[in-house]
Design a protein. Structure first.
Length: 116
């Protein structure tokens, strides 16, 4: 089992920045890649960014150039640095971890609200 705990969400004005963190814990983690997803009210959950254990990253076009995903493999943590935030970024942000076995785990989510 893998437990994921997100932190760092909150209320921010348009144009502002936030940094989300996600910590993974459990025995025998063997995580191949981690990701951030988000779900806005009335919408489906969507992928925001992923990072593989090799360090390769992918971003949704809507956040490319504004968001940066990074990972501390030694401490089993993943981060999402969000800049130039816009109201459309308002959502619950979820951390996801996938093991080499293919098992996938989700965090409980953290709310990000972009509003003046």
């Amino acid at each position: 089992q893998v437990q994921l705990v997100e932190s760092g969400g909150g209320l921010v004005q348009p144009g502002g920045s936030l940094r989300l963190s996600c910590s993974a814990s459990g025995s025998g983690l063997s995580i191949s890649f981690m990701a951030w997803h988000r779900q806005a009210p009335g919408k489906q959950r969507e992928m925001v960014a992923t990072i593989h254990s090799s360090g390769s990253t992918k971003y949704d076009y809507s956040v490319k150039g504004r968001f940066t995903i990074s990972r501390d493999i030694a401490q089993n943590r993943v981060f999402l640095q969000m800049s130039s935030l816009i109201p459309e970024d308002t959502a619950v942000y979820y951390c996801r971890a996938t093991r080499w076995s293919g098992d996938t785990y989700w965090g409980q989510g953290t709310q990000v609200t972009v509003s003046s």
